[in-house]
Design a protein around this ligand. Sequence first.
Ligand SMILES: NC(=O)c1ccc[n+]([C@@H]2O[C@H](COP(=O)([O-])OP(=O)(O)OC[C@H]3O[C@@H](n4cnc5c(N)ncnc54)[C@H](OP(=O)(O)O)[C@@H]3O)[C@@H](O)[C@H]2O)c1
Length: 306
Amino acid sequence: MKAIIYTKYGKPDVLKLVEVEKPQPKDNEILIKIHAATVTSGDVRLRGSDFPPLFWLPARLIFGLFRPKKKILGHELAGVVECVGKNVTKFNIGDNVFGTTTMLTSGSYAEYICLPQEWKHGVIELMPKKINFKESAALPVGGMTAMFLLEKANLNKEQNVLVYGASGSVGSYAVQIAKQQGASVIAVCSSSNFDMVESLGADRAIDYKKEDYSFLKNKFDIVFDAVGKTTKSKAKKVLKKGGAFVSVKMLTKEKIQHLKRIKELAEKERLRPYIDKCFQLDEIVSAHEYVDQGHKKGNVVIEIKN
Ligand SMILES: NC(=O)c1ccc[n+]([C@@H]2O[C@H](COP(=O)([O-])OP(=O)(O)OC[C@H]3O[C@@H](n4cnc5c(N)ncnc54)[C@H](OP(=O)(O)O)[C@@H]3O)[C@@H](O)[C@H]2O)c1
């Protein structure tokens, strides 16, 4: 099968399209023919070994000290079950599925992958009806992160929520999830992305390059830092007493109930993945170059035609 591998950390051109052996499912695994994957900001960080100084050594110990342990990158996917191991009960051949590859030994930049039907760190579920492979692949990481952090912040009806960095993947889902729960949402992003965030439901947008949100007169129940570029001390200036600050810098956990909820919302057309650009598998270097710039809107998808 075709796959993208990287055998050293570095610029996007370390990613190479090669032929590798097609995986065979173990008894508890499903073999998925992948139709779409994504390039997340986590993927480009891993490829470039671009970790904050404090986390650099621990991250390299986990992901490979001298060279990457996991040669095939890619955290998200959508595809069709082609074969099931003999102990698999949750999925059948022909099912459309979507999910993540978190902490597995192989990723989704490939024509096929084997995933356990259940494992500790990642999730897999039947794909939402009504949306396609490319849209489904773009849902899990950003959607589950937004849901986890909004739950941690005790999101409730009629709250005021500020989403800092609303035009990224996590931000675009945080705006929509907060809105569909009945909150009022102020989105902080560039003015070039105002149309995007308003189309996702934001009540108002402010440009982080022109206005400092911490000087706003409004008070918020939740300040959600969706790009890891603001601080709790700044957020405190606009938080109500007892309000919550949450950030993508916090540890999150993938939960199957969150993926199921995301699926449900997508089927009810209350949550939609915003797709910025779509590349083919053999254009992976261009896709990484684009995401490396740090200005993607929502999600970048890789279509895998096989
Ligand atoms: N904790 C977790 O489980 C978890 C999960 C997923 C992601 N993450 C982390 O969350 C972060 C965001 O990831 P993502 O993929 O959602 O976002 P992303 O798509 O990488 O974010 C890009 C967006 O952020 C905006 N942006 C950049 N600098 C900004 C600033 N100073 N203020 C406001 N907006 C700014 C950009 O808009 P402009 O073009 O206007 O600059 C762009 O639209 C990454 O660091 C990622 O590693 C964490």
